[in-house]
Design a protein around this ligand. Structure first.
Ligand code: FAD
Length: 314
């Protein structure tokens, strides 16, 4: 642990950037304080949790297609409660995020700012086409989340900038999230998948898929999206989409999982996501039974492992 930090707690959003010269923002502290314990030299901190004029946890914009504006400095648990089912993929991700205690502290802003390819709120936000509102000394600017993520531990934040909010175009009702980890709770993702789509009489539209821990940043699965867009999920379509995922991702071996295991899990997660169409948007062509694929691999010991007979590896 490094020595005591100097902590300032501004009351106004407009005061923050001036205080950030040479200091780090801190919100929930669930990542930063762990870094400090490990010796990171964060001696000067600006606490973002006392801002009286911070955005509310959730604001729904007016108009025929309202967007969801999520606070970046409110605890994830509070934001998800406020959403009340309006963003199923984020709610699913929050359910598997750390523990209730961590969710009561951790923020979406802190999760995005870590730049981790394993940050669990990023896949649902990326699949939903989220835009990050960044506050700096000269006011606010907006960046699509996809551009904001630059690489492992690297995001598009300039000196004295911080994340104020995240705007999500209203996501369709059909969406979800699955995570693979070494255990069911308090586990860093080996990989994770968020999806959203509309199923019009069994035909998928506006398909958006995003996967974490398979590349330097969380990535959209554009090849798989293209295989699914405008189609009914027959076994052949599912097979083509699952095969396309292998070209969309670039996993590596690391302490948590091998690249090969991640590739099999990627196939398994997409298969599970496509299987969910059965429950949420019934259509005879989209059942687990119909999606059965040729056997080439077996499942492992991990309790959340989605790999099963039928998952393919490129
Ligand atoms: C036991 C445990 C379990 C965990 N499990 C998970 C998990 O399942 N999934 C997961 O994704 N993460 C997990 N984490 C990591 C961590 O909780 C998350 O990354 C969390 O979202 C960080 O948010 P925070 O508000 O606590 O950030 P902080 O710790 O306050 O800050 C993290 C980083 O972001 C910066 N920062 C914070 N807020 C802002 C802002 N608004 N603008 C700009 N920069 C900012 C800080 O300077 C720091 O660099 C876990 C951590 C612990 C300790």
């Amino acid at each position: 642990m490094t020595g005591p930090a100097r902590l300032v707690r501004p009351r106004r959003v407009a005061e923050v950037s001036a205080l950030l010269g040479g200091a780090r923002p801190v919100a929930g502290g669930t990542d930063l304080l762990v870094q400090r314990r490990a010796g990171a030299p964060h001696h000067s901190l600006v606490d973002l949790t006392g801002l009286e004029d911070a955005p509310p946890p959730l604001r729904v914009t007016a108009g025929p297609s309202p967007s969801l504006v999520l606070s970046a400095v409110a605890p994830i648990a509070v934001v998800v409660d406020a959403l009340d089912g309006r963003f199923p993929a984020l709610a699913d991700a929050a359910a598997f995020f750390a523990s209730q205690q961590i969710r009561n502290r951790a923020t979406i802003g802190g999760n995005l700012a870590t730049g981790s390819p394993a940050a669990d709120t990023v896949p649902p936000l990326l699949a939903a086409g989220a835009v990050v509102t960044i506050r700096g000394a000269d006011g606010e600017r907006e960046a699509p989340l996809e551009d904001f993520l630059l690489g492992p531990r690297a995001v598009d934040l300039r000196p004295a900038e911080w994340i104020l909010a995240v705007t999500v175009p209203a996501p369709p009702a059909a969406g979800g999230y699955r995570k693979v980890g070494g255990r069911r709770a308090l586990a860093i993702s080996f990989l994770d998948l968020a999806w959203q789509w509309r199923a019009d009489d069994g035909v998928l539209r506006d398909v958006r898929l995003a996967m974490g821990s398979v590349a330097p940043t969380v990535v959209r699965l554009r090849g798989a999206e293209a295989e699914l867009e405008g189609r009914r999920v027959t076994p052949d379509v599912a097979h083509a989409a699952i095969a396309a995922v292998q070209a969309d991702i670039h996993p590596i071996d690391d302490l948590r999982a091998s690249a090969g295991y991640r590739r099999r899990c990627a196939a398994g997660l997409l298969r599970e996501a496509l299987g969910s169409i059965d429950a949420r948007h019934p259509h005879p062509a989209a059942s687990h039974t119909h999606l059965a694929l040729p056997t080439t691999s077996t499942s492992c010991e991990h309790p959340t492992c989605p790999v099963s007979a039928g998952d393919i590896v490129a």
